[in-house]
Design a protein around this ligand. Structure first.
Ligand SMILES: Nc1ncnc2c1ncn2[C@@H]1O[C@H](COP(=O)(O)OP(=O)(O)OP(=O)(O)O)[C@@H](O)[C@H]1O
Length: 249
């Protein structure tokens, strides 16, 4: 199976603090892989390194076989990696449709048509996919939290990525909206999209993921099927905060 993303021995330091310690894993085409771990484990930092917002101290990010370590965010996006953010930030004074049109335009630098000529039908299709077609004329600032999150996904998809990074799409949502988010991820999987997901809702990640990669305090502690990882003693211990200290009786 083709490797879309490879993380090799990634280390990130902020000053004297090492927040990612020799992390390695790979994501294959069509897979959904979730990064899990308690607060401060390093999940968002890992997303930030992949998407070019944080520089790695050492190690490599390989995308579709070529190193992209240290690339600027716009270059990473145009290479085919799109991400959503924990805090959705649509353009507030633009409609949902205009938000998607901008993303479509941004994602096509080589054959960029004038903005006015970008295809509203295609924008409608992305909005339909995330369940927002009927909100296409609603301003970004008037959408609910759940709708803004879905608009983020539509904007990310509109850049036509080969890899989608979804950061906390279910945080702060009602159980109904969490379920909608899970359905959306599953529908993207059916379309063959390769996805890396960070989410605190373990029953969402377990339900939609092929594999989980568990981090704790910047280290990868285990990876494997959701069933295996969620029952792994080190994962249970990390979530319960019951780490044993070496040397203790
Ligand atoms: N710019 C920064 N400067 C210094 N320390 C940082 C910076 N960004 C993150 N950290 C620290 O790095 C560690 C990992 O943070 P990160 O946000 O990646 O964890 P996380 O697993 O995403 O946590 P959460 O689930 O709470 O979002 C934390 O201890 C955090 O305080």
């Amino acid at each position: 199976m083709k490797r879309v993303l490879e993380i090799h021995h990634l280390v990130v330091r902020f000053g004297t603090r090492t927040v990612l310690k020799d992390v390695s894993f790979a994501v294959h085409e069509g897979e959904i892989v979730s990064l899990i771990g308690p607060n401060g484990a390093g999940k968002t930092t890992l997303f930030n390194v992949i998407s070019g917002l944080v520089q790695a101290s050492s190690g490599d990010v390989i995308f579709m076989g070529r190193p992209i370590t240290g690339w600027a965010p716009h270059r990473v996006c145009r290479a085919g990696i799109a991400r959503t953010f924990q805090i959705a930030r649509p353009f507030p004074e633009m409609t949902a449709e205009e938000n998607v049109l901008i993303a479509m335009w941004f994602g096509k630098p080589s054959s960029r048509p004038p903005l006015a000529a970008v295809n509203t039908e295609e924008a409608g299709a992305w909005l339909q996919l995330v369940g927002l077609k009927e909100k296409r004329h609603t301003l970004g600032k008037e959408l609910t939290l759940s709708e803004q999150r879905r608009l983020e996904v539509a904007r990310a998809l509109a850049t036509r990525p080969s890899l989608l990074l979804l950061d906390e799409i279910a945080a702060g949502l009602s159980p109904y909206a969490v379920n909608q988010a899970a359905q959306l991820v599953l529908s993207l999987r059916e379309r063959g999209m390769t996805i890396v997901l960070v989410d605190h809702f373990l029953n969402l990640t377990a339900r939609v993921s092929d594999r989980l990669v568990a981090l704790d305090q910047g280290e990868k502690i285990v990876e494997g099927s959701p069933q295996d990882v969620l029952h792994h003693p080190e994962v249970l211990s990390a979530y319960l905060g019951e780490r044993e200290t070496a040397g203790e009786a």
